[in-house]
Design a protein around this ligand. Structure first.
Ligand SMILES: [Zn+2]
Ligand SMILES: [Zn+2]
Length: 209
């Protein structure tokens, strides 16, 4: 009943602040781009709020005025009632592994330098992962996990950190290269967009052609 100021910014699917807010043209309800794409791909019957139709055209060459180096948006505190259904992260506690000095150093280095994770485009160029997915990959990297899994649009993807490739869990043949870069290297690459959404030209990297 009470007006919740955060509600406008939060995605009704993931209950976090929206990443790449995308409105359904017919009803205007807004979601994260990837959450909406996931709903559409799962054919769950239209808009998650009103069941109105989702025009698939919004997923074809989507373009937004976006900051390619955007930070991760805020997530609600874990204690809010809304987050009851959210993922429960279980830390493996039963492993008796000594901390490795190199891993610690790597973690310390990355704490001071923001690193970006990119995946190769179908033809050329690079895409940045959704910042939330990127954070999970970076954590796995810092823990020296050779292979990790992420969920994008409701699909499981395998990130092979040892080989620096990613592929849909059910299609290893569709592997693409991934890259971990700092801000300087980021600027030297042809980064088309974020999580499948093209950056509108004249955006963040306006000095590149
Ligand atoms: Zn969302
Ligand atoms: Zn709707």
């Amino acid at each position: 009943m009470a007006v919740n100021a955060a509600i406008d910014k939060d995605c009704p699917v993931c209950h976090c602040e929206m990443v790449l807010p995308t409105a359904i043209p017919a009803c205007g309800h807004k979601f994260c781009f990837l959450c909406l794409k996931g709903v559409s791909m799962a054919h769950l019957g239209g808009c998650p709020i009103c069941r109105g139709p989702i025009d698939e055209k919004i997923f074809k060459k989507p373009k937004q005025n976006l900051n390619l180096k955007m930070d991760m948006p805020d997530s609600p505190a874990p204690s809010t009632s809304n987050s009851a259904e959210k993922e429960v992260k279980e830390e493996p506690v039963d492993e008796d592994v000594k901390p490795d000095v190199n891993a610690l150093n790597a973690a310390l280095n990355t704490a001071s330098t923001k690193m970006y994770w990119l995946y190769h485009g179908r033809n050329r160029g690079w895409w940045r992962f959704d910042p939330r997915v990127e954070k999970d990959i970076e954590e796995a990297y810092n823990h020296r996990t050779p292979i990790t899994e992420v969920t994008i649009c409701g699909q499981a993807y395998v990130i092979d950190i040892a080989k620096m490739t990613q592929y849909p869990k059910n299609n290893k043949g569709a592997a693409r290269d991934v890259k971990r870069v700092d801000s300087n290297e980021f600027d030297t690459l042809d980064v088309k967009g974020l999580a499948g959404v093209f950056a509108a030209s004249g955006g963040a990297g306006s000095s590149s052609t």
